[in-house]
Design a protein around this ligand. Structure first.
Ligand SMILES: [Fe+2]
Ligand SMILES: [Fe+2]
Length: 249
């Protein structure tokens, strides 16, 4: 089956498929054994894998950012062991991806523009979070700027390696907390402020913003970028992260 690049492509295609189903049933065979009249297909019924909702979209964007955090953590360990073994280029690419995809798109264009204002307006427990989350976005921007500028040199020297490792660790701890709260408190609260129809519409709007920002599928491109960075650092094989068995008691 053709892969639909965007929700719009899919809706267009499913409208055609739906029409086909109605036409092919014109001989009166559209009465199913249940006695219900078959209606044209709704989007979720026919698409392989279903469509990406706005909240799923936000959470898979967090997946990209979490993979960047894993790169930062691995780098911080290496910096403390053998700073010369850390290619500054890989660190810089990761910070630039976090900035372009996380800070300038996910945070600025989606969370700060749509999600946080709606959650604050709705009140309740979740409304207490956006102010500190924005403060964390801003601190994150300072740290990614620092990483980008400190990695201009060909090598990270022993003098700035520990400072960099500390900045990376602090950044990782902040964003692990940040994204986990957004996934479990903020995004569910935001979803509660909309009907299913409104959620679908905002999903389309987010898709438009993504296209405008990246000129195409920003998510797919980000997956490729983080995969290439992981590969350059020997982090691709997930089996290396399988935990050892626990000690025998
Ligand atoms: Fe955020
Ligand atoms: Fe987020």
């Amino acid at each position: 089956m053709e892969a639909f690049k965007t929700r719009r492509d899919f809706l267009r295609a499913s409208a055609v498929i739906g029409t086909g189903l109605v036409l092919s049933n014109c001989g009166g065979s559209n009465i199913k054994t249940t006695g219900k009249v078959a209606t044209s297909a709704t989007p979720d019924e026919n698409k392989m894998g279903g469509e990406v909702t706005a909240t799923e979209d936000l959470m898979r964007e967090h997946g990209i950012l979490r993979r960047a955090l894993l790169v930062f953590s691995a780098t911080a360990i290496k910096l403390r062991g053998n700073p010369a073994a850390v290619p500054p280029d890989a660190l810089q690419k990761t910070a630039k991806l976090f900035k372009a995809f996380g800070e300038e798109y996910h945070e600025k264009k989606l969370e700060e523009a749509y999600i946080f204002p709606a959650v604050k307006k709705a009140g309740g427990d979740a409304a207490g979070y956006p102010d500190i989350l924005v403060a964390q976005h801003n601190r994150g921007r300072e740290i990614t700027d620092y990483i980008i500028s400190a990695t201009q040199a060909a090598k990270l020297g022993p003098t700035n390696a520990e400072a960099m490792a500390q900045a990376l660790d602090a950044f990782v701890l902040m964003y692990r907390n940040h994204a986990a709260r957004e996934d479990t408190i903020i995004f569910p609260a935001w979803k509660q402020t909309m009907t299913a129809k409104q959620l679908d519409e905002i999903g389309d709007r987010f898709e438009d913003i993504e296209k405008e920002q990246f000129g195409g599928d920003g998510f797919e491109d980000a997956v490729k970028q983080i995969s290439a960075i992981e590969s350059s650092l020997g982090l691709t094989d997930i089996a290396q992260f399988t935990a050892p068995p626990p000690p025998k008691g």
